[in-house]
Design a protein around this ligand. Structure first.
Ligand code: TK8
Length: 363
């Protein structure tokens, strides 16, 4: 239904022909309808009706988030480079479903693009769990090197077995904790807090180990759950906490930075395979280029938003390195268990890549 088979050349010729015969202007192909005022239509060369391919792209976050800005950048690049022959429709705020549902839609080829965090992706390819190991990446630059390097590629390749193509890593960011009960400064403060986690076993087990009561839930249900007190708190990067107005229902913020969440830019494999080679290259490059833009936007937002959060009345707690080290120690048995499950050889490779990246980044 959404894959219109009309090429733009064909539909243009059709309308031009009608006009030449003195027929009424059709309202169907708006951008192609000719008349005295044709110049105004020229800029809108991206109508779905003119395109051979349509990409429906959906994300869980809202349209204020740098992720959505990155998606718009992707749209702009792809439509410009294909002269509108690929049309990109963007959806936010879980309009097309939550992360898991959207990935399932990609598998069925009823949706073409989504950009989830690695945590829900791990339910499809378990090796992705490694990126969610608590306190794995020391900073964003090291994460970039490892994700954009061989290790990152290796995991993207595995997605093909699941009928998805991974085109690039974007950035959700370092996750911090918010809650409505009390300031969380050290590991002991997690005790008894009911925390929403992403739908990922490692996250569940790590928060249990810290003494919290983790409740896995889709992102789209989170705000209401906090508002109604079903959960005391949650954890997400600063940009999400601020831009989704979590401060309206949460009083305490701690910069735990316990996990670095990458986003994975995913495309339906069936759709990707059906594209001509040159278009495959265009969407791949566009995902990478828009991702660079998205990472920049995200990092800028993260620098500025802490003050805004405080202004909105949240109490900010800075977590010390010692307290972080204690949290890391507590969750280490969980990490070991998952390393065993994923394969210690592979996990060691990841650790080594991180070490190498740290050396490169320092230079
Ligand atoms: C948005 C999610 C979200 C993630 C979460 O779809 O679920 O907490 O951090 O950003 O991917």
């Amino acid at each position: 239904m959404k894959k219109t088979l009309l090429t733009s050349a064909f539909s243009f010729a059709l309308v031009a022909g009608l006009t030449a015969c003195g027929g009424e202007e059709t309202d169907g192909n708006g951008s192609a309808s000719e008349g005295e005022g044709a110049e105004t239509e020229e800029t809108e060369g991206n109508d779905a009706a003119d395109a051979t391919y349509t990409i429906e792209a959906g994300i869980g976050l809202n349209n204020e988030h740098p992720q959505y800005k990155g998606l718009l950048e992707f749209k702009e690049i792809v439509e410009a480079e294909t002269d509108g022959d690929i049309h990109v429709e963007t959806y936010h705020s879980s309009q097309l479903g939550d992360d898991r549902e959207m990935m399932e839609s990609l598998q069925l080829n009823t949706q073409e693009v989504t950009i989830p965090s690695t945590a829900p992706v791990a339910n499809f390819v378990e090796e992705f769990t490694v990126f969610d190991f608590p306190f794995l990446f020391p900073n964003e630059q090291v994460a970039d090197e490892v994700l954009d390097g061989e290790i990152g590629d290796q995991l993207l390749d595995k997605l093909e077995e699941e009928e998805m193509v991974g085109l690039a890593y974007w950035e959700n960011g370092f996750r911090d904790l918010t809650n409505s009960k009390r300031p969380v400064e050290s590991a002991e403060d997690f005790e008894g807090l009911t925390l929403r986690t992403m739908e990922n076993d490692l996250h569940l087990d790590a928060f249990s180990e810290l003494g919290a009561n983790p409740t896995p839930m889709a992102f789209g249900e989170l705000f209401t759950a906090m508002q109604q007190g079903t959960v005391d708190g949650q954890e997400n990067p600063l940009a999400t906490i601020y831009l989704e107005s979590f401060y309206e229902v949460q009083d305490y913020y701690s910069d735990t930075h316990h996990v670095y969440s990458p986003f994975v830019f995913l495309m339906s494999k069936q759709f990707y395979d059906g594209l001509p080679d040159e278009y495959q290259t265009i969407v791949e490059d566009a995902a990478v280029e828009a991702g660079e833009f998205q990472r920049e936007q995200n990092r800028e937002a993260n620098e500025e938003l802490l003050a805004d959060l405080e202004e909105e009345g949240m109490e900010i707690t800075e977590v010390s390195d010692e307290d972080r080290a204690e949290m890391a120690e507590i969750v280490q048995p969980v990490i070991d268990e998952y390393a065993e499950e994923i394969g210690t050889d592979f996990v060691d490779e990841v650790y080594q890549a991180i070490e190498e990246a740290e050396e490169n980044v320092e230079e």
